[in-house]
Write a new protein. Structure first.
Length: 512
C-alpha cells in the first residue's frame, strides 16, 4: 500500500512540476518585454538622423540623398512642376525637397499642359486616343488631323517650357507628403515613405505623349531639327530621373522615356534628313542615356530606406501592440515582435538584390534575381514552426511575420532588370543607326561591319544588353540590318531591328 501511494505521489509530482514549468515558461513569454530596436548598420542601416521618437528618420535620410544647392531657375524639375495641372501639383500636399517648389511657382492655368487632348465633335474619346497614339509613332502633317495640330498649337507654351527646362543642369523634383502627414509621425498611419507623392515623375507619361506627337508633326512637316529638339527633351529628362535617387517607379518612367525617345530617334533618321552635326548631337544624347546610373543605385538608396521605414513602422511601434490584448498595460504583449529580425532579413535580401543588379551579364542577373525570388516565395509559403521549449514567443512570431511581410515590402527587381536591358538595347540600336548614317554621309557607301565605324563614329563595337554579345549587323540581298536580341528571323519581337537598302544613296530605313 505504501508503495502504491509513493508511486501516485511521484506521478502527480511529475505532472504538477510539468504544469508549473509549462505555465511558468508561457508566463515568462507572456510578460517578457519585447526586444528593443537595435540602431545599427545590420538592422536600420542608417544610424542617423534620428526622429523625435529616437528611431531612424528614414524620410529625412531620403531627402538628404537628393541634390542640394539647386536654384529654381536652374532646376529642370521646376519647369515640369510649373506646367502640370494644379490638381497634380497639389494644394493638399507639402513639398519637402531641398529646392522647395510651391503652387506659386506654377504658370497661369491657361498655360499649363492639358492632357489628353479633347476629341473633336463627332469623334469619341477612344478613336481620338488611337489617333494620338499613331501620331506619336510616325510622321504626320497638320492636314491629316487638324484638330490634333490645333491642340498642339494651344499647348505650345507648356511644351516649349518643358523643352527649355530639360536644358537646365539641375534636377531636384518635389517630394511631397499629404498636408496631414507629418514626415516623422510614423505610427498609427501608413509608413511615411509609402505616402510619398511624385507629381513630376508621375506626369511624364502624359508629357511624353505631347512632346512625341509634336516631334512627329514637325518631322512630317520637314522640320528635322525641331523634331529632334522635342525627342532630345525626353532623353534629357529620362537621364536626369535615372541619375537621381528615387523610387523604382521613377526608374520605370525613365526607362519608358528612353525607349520611346529611341524609337522616335530611329524614325527621325529614317524619315528626316539630319546632317553630320545633328547626328553627332544625337549620339551624344543617346550615349549619355546609356551611361545613366545603374539599377543597383536605386535599390541601395530609396528602396532600402522605404523597406526599412515600413518594417520599423510595423514592428518597432511603441504605441501599437501587435496583440489582441490591447487593453493590457505594457509590457503585457503576448505577440510582441522582435523588430531586429525582419530588419536584418530585409537588409540581407536588399544586399542580394544590389549584387544581382551588378552582375556583369544579363544571364547572370537573371539567375541571381530568380534565385532571390525563389527564396522569398519559399519563405512566404513555408509553415511557421512550432515554439521550442523555453523559447520566447516573440522570436516565433518574428520569424512568421518576416516571412509573410518581406515579400510585400521588398521590390521585385526581375521586371525592372528586363526594362533596363530593353531600354538600353533601344538606345544602343539608335546610336548604331546614327553612326551608320554618319559613315554613309562621309563615304557614300555602307560599312562592311561595325568595326569600320570604330573609332570615329563609335568608340567600340557596342555590346547588346539583351545577349551580352556584339550588336548584330549584316549586309544581305542588297540590304543592311542591325539588331539587338535574337536574330531577326528567330525572334525579332524580343529585340530591336533596323533595316534599309545598302545603296550608295540609301532610302530611309524602316524601324520595326
Amino acid at each position: 500500500m505504501p508503495e502504491f501511494l509513493l508511486i501516485r505521489f511521484l506521478k502527480w509530482t511529475v505532472v504538477v512540476v510539468g504544469i508549473v514549468l509549462d505555465v511558468g515558461e508561457n508566463l515568462e513569454a507572456f510578460l517578457i518585454q519585447p526586444p528593443a530596436l537595435e540602431i545599427s548598420v545590420s538592422t536600420t542601416r542608417i544610424t542617423e538622423p534620428l526622429a523625435r521618437d529616437g528611431l531612424p528618420d528614414y524620410f529625412r535620410a531620403m531627402i538628404d540623398l537628393g541634390p542640394k544647392g539647386i536654384e529654381t531657375e536652374n532646376n529642370a524639375a521646376a519647369a515640369v512642376w510649373g506646367v502640370i495641372p494644379s490638381e497634380q501639383s497639389s494644394d493638399k500636399s507639402i513639398d519637402h525637397s531641398p529646392a522647395h517648389l510651391s503652387a506659386a511657382d506654377q504658370v497661369p492655368l491657361s498655360e499649363r499642359l492639358v492632357m489628353p487632348p479633347p476629341p473633336p465633335d463627332g469623334m469619341d474619346a477612344a478613336a481620338a486616343e488611337r489617333i494620338l497614339e499613331g501620331c506619336t509613332a510616325a510622321p504626320w502633317r497638320a492636314a491629316d488631323h487638324p484638330w490634333l495640330a490645333s491642340w498642339l498649337e494651344k499647348q505650345s507654351v507648356a511644351l516649349d517650357a518643358l523643352a527649355a527646362g530639360a536644358r537646365r543642369e539641375g534636377w531636384c523634383p518635389p517630394r511631397c507628403l499629404p498636408a496631414d502627414t507629418p514626415p516623422t509621425e510614423r505610427f498609427g498611419a501608413i509608413p511615411t515613405l509609402m505616402s510619398l507623392r511624385l507629381p513630376v515623375e508621375g506626369t511624364f507619361p502624359a508629357v511624353s505623349v505631347g512632346l512625341l506627337a509634336r516631334a512627329m508633326l514637325r518631322l512630317g512637316e520637314g522640320d528635322t531639327p525641331g523634331a529632334w529638339h522635342d525627342i532630345d527633351t525626353l532623353l534629357r529628362y529620362g537621364d536626369k530621373i535615372s541619375d537621381t535617387p528615387g523610387p523604382l517607379m521613377c526608374r520605370v518612367v525613365a526607362m519608358a522615356l528612353f525607349t520611346h525617345a529611341s524609337r522616335a530617334t530611329q524614325r527621325l533618321m529614317a524619315e528626316g534628313d539630319p546632317d553630320d552635326a545633328l547626328l553627332a548631337e544625337i549620339q551624344g544624347s543617346l550615349r549619355s542615356a546609356i551611361d545613366s546610373a545603374p539599377l543597383s543605385a536605386s535599390i541601395d538608396a530609396f528602396e532600402r530606406l522605404s523597406a526599412l521605414d515600413a518594417i520599423t513602422s510595423m514592428f518597432a511601434n511603441p504605441s501599437e501592440p501587435a496583440s489582441f490584448f490591447d487593453w493590457l498595460p505594457l509590457p503585457f504583449r503576448i505577440q510582441a515582435v522582435d523588430p531586429n529580425v525582419p530588419l536584418a532579413d530585409a537588409n540581407r535580401y536588399l544586399d542580394a538584390m544590389v549584387d544581382a543588379a551588378n552582375q556583369p551579364t544579363r544571364e547572370a542577373r537573371r539567375k541571381a534575381s530568380q534565385a532571390l525570388n525563389d527564396e522569398l516565395v519559399a519563405r512566404m509559403n513555408a509553415p511557421r514552426g512550432s515554439r521550442r521549449r523555453f523559447q520566447p514567443w516573440h522570436e516565433v512570431v518574428s520569424e512568421g511575420v518576416s516571412r509573410k511581410t518581406l515579400g510585400l515590402i521588398l521590390p521585385d527587381i526581375k521586371i525592372q532588370l528586363e526594362r533596363d536591358d530593353r531600354a538600353r538595347a533601344a538606345l544602343v540600336v539608335a546610336d548604331c543607326a546614327a553612326a551608320l548614317k554618319r559613315y554613309r554621309l562621309a563615304t557614300d557607301k555602307q560599312p562592311e561591319s561595325l568595326a569600320d565605324l570604330v573609332p570615329r563614329y563609335l568608340p567600340t563595337i557596342p555590346v547588346d544588353p539583351l545577349t551580352d554579345t556584339s550588336v548584330g549587323y549584316r549586309i544581305e540581298n542588297g540590304r543592311w540590318t542591325i539588331w539587338t536580341g535574337a536574330s531577326p528571323e528567330e525572334n525579332a519581337a524580343d529585340g530591336f531591328v533596323l533595316s534599309g537598302p545598302a545603296a550608295a544613296t540609301p532610302s530611309a530605313p524602316a524601324p520595326r
